[in-house]
Design a protein around this ligand. Sequence first.
Ligand code: BG6
Length: 528
Amino acid sequence: MYSPHENMPQTMQHHLPESLVLVIFGGSGDLTKRKLIPSLYQLFKQDKLPIRFSVLGLGRTEYSDAAYREHLDEALQRYLSDGEYDASLAEQFLSGVYYLPMDPASAEDYPKLCEQLKTLDERINNPGHYIYYLSTPPSLYGVIPLHLASVRLNEEGEEDANGAPSAIRRIVIEKPFGYDLQSARELNEIYRKSFHEHQLYRIDHFLGKETVQDIMALRFANGIFEPLWNRNYIERVEITAVENMGIESRGGFYDQTGALRDMVQNHLAQLVALTAMEPPVQFNADLFRNEVVKVYQSFRPMTPEEIRRRVVRGQYTESEWKGEHQRAYREEDKIASDSRTETFVAMKLYIDNWRWQGVPFYIRTGKMMPTKVTEIVVHFKSTPHRVFATADGSTVPNQLVIRIQPNEGISLKFAAKVPGSGFEVKKVSMDFTYDQQMGGLASGDAYSRLLEDCMLGDPTLFTRSDAVEMSWRFFDPILDLWKEEDFPLYGYPAGTWGPKQSDLIIEREHSWTNPCRNLTHSELYCEL
Ligand code: BG6
């Protein structure tokens, strides 16, 4: 269990060190080229990196420094948004990037890493400040910290009068952290032996998204929503995070992981936490994360029978979509032809506390759905007595739609009178979009924000050990039950909204809100 005294003193100021080496385990991998390097380039462009900064990529693929830089330069050109790539800036940035071929699973290779780090320290005059980023297959998450500790690369040295260590040693661990509750506990134990909690940064990139952080601003920087934000006024909450892509080249990872471990236990759980949490007294690492943990602690455990009724898993099957033949999941590269891995999960859950008693939270994620959208829809209760109705006699629902991506913004749906005689009402909306009122959102901001926070030493937006375990504690029984042969796995044709059975978990009279890409004017047209 997490103990608060292990964490960073609340008085400690966050500041960027003057020098730093960022060591990327999995330096030749997908995440490095798609997200990490483009995000670091953005920080470089905005002058947000330490003055003397190097990246050291590690991996089993053989690259020279020059070949590695060339590989990353191509990645920058490919993955930065239009107009963001600048050849001369990229060259400057990449001149501080190095590569060391090594096997992170092999203890014998770590002295070689020490040597290389010493050389880099001399080159950039760095007193041993290192951040390790674990962007490897999850099977290595339990091995690397022990090997780092065996060559003392975990040790921070003496603290100065302000509590700052003589050598910064932080470790960023990608999700999923653990495979289930048991393995997450074992991993936490390994990290506890080799690092202190304040050195650990379990990353969940959803928390780096501006719009996700804005959920807290919406709730806690405004007086108008919070009085309504409870069981008295909210009827149900829906959280959808769907994608119109398959698993691309990640078959090896995905088939071992599945949607629940890949998206639900972490990203969706975080979205539920931010929607449901109590306001922290202050926004800092301890107090914010305490509130997240309290939400996870309140997830109502489900009996096997409830799991069967409230949780639906699916896997995409072949289809004709967008004028092309789409392969079934089982036909994708590196996927077993009889795989029972889920690419879709929908579930209904309850939060057993004072605020949310009896309010269902419906959450859903899936690959190969009609569009890529993440949004939260808060459905308010309707008026106690109906005086006005729409032309077809229905009531207009009051909904607050928090659009995480794309078309980022917030839309409030309510009824207004249709001009003219009589008293017919219709649904209208009040919209805020980042494009119109905030000058848009920078692309790739989530990883940049979190990498910057880690360099600053601010763990607030990273997942604490107790939160990981609490979340697994709730999802573990579902994974256990799924091992039983008779638990259904429903097929859904690629490009559809998932198996029909997912409609059955929504209570009578309601249905899922299938989002359009466009947040605004969705009554008029629906972009997919
Ligand atoms: C990652 C998952 O964590 O999140 C991917 O591993 C998923 O499977 C991705 O595609 C979605 O993130 P985003 O930011 O594109 O919505």
